[in-house]
Design a protein around this ligand. Sequence first.
Ligand SMILES: [Zn+2]
Length: 331
Amino acid sequence: MIFGAANLFSGPAGSAALRGWRAAVGVAVAVTVGCSGDEVGPTERLPAVATTTIVADLVREIGGPDVSVVSLMGPGIDPHLFKPSEGDIARMSRAAIVFYSGLHLEGKMTEVFERMRQLGRPTVPLAECVPVDKRLTAAGFSGVYDPHVWFDVGLWKHAASCVSEALSEHDPRHADAYRERGRRYLERLDALEAAVRRRIEQVPAQRRVLVTAHDAFAYFGRAYGIEVRGLLGVSTAAEAGAADVQELADFITERRIPAMFVESSVPERYVQALREAVESRGWQVSIGGTLFSDALGDPQTPAGSYIGTVRHNVETIVAALSEPSGAGHER
Ligand SMILES: [Zn+2]
């Protein structure tokens, strides 16, 4: 095991919600034994809540059929701006365990997480499973960590280990299954990471520059050797100032960057404004496609899973940056 999970939980292991759930499971078993079995008793699946689609995907992969996961956010929802409804808070209160991304990704939910901790709910912030010495500091904010750890596949493995340990601790009946699924998922992440490295190496070194709407890709850039520039900073909560647009437009023009990218969870208008500023400098930059940054794609599509999303992003980036010169060109 990479690290102990016990210190990651803010709530005591025997919280009221969990005791309630365990008691309910006990009742369900007793009822099944004593009757025909067609009663709809309390579910035996551990009820979990996840905040983002990325967190929910990881909990589903490792929880398998033993956990029912409710995701508060859907595809395309920006977690920096997401405000939970009363219904969301009720769902979290009823869950046996709450998983979230953390490091202030869910910037409007800080008080809600605090309330859950006060109620004794086990809450597990997955980005905080990444050791401190492997985290990046958010550009322009000393002492604040960049929350977008999942785009370094190696770092997301820490989150995966955390999920299997947390589920094992809170639902010991299925601990072996959680650990086995966790082990298999880590193998898939190893294969994914190797594939990402192979693909990025196919982009000529001087073209490995990623310009996006917001600074979600710093971990991706560090892990795979790509220079990254975002228009909005690590949170989308602040609007881009005119100075930010001009500075980034200068950078794209001077470096003759062929393509930049929009993000599924950030309005496209930010990148369009940047594109116009670049055009006014006599350079044309294309939109290389849409990247999934802080939310997965539609569940019915390949980008509906974390692994599928990483593959989609890498293929989109490699295709746009490998275009023969002229994709971006002087007018
Ligand atoms: Zn973000």
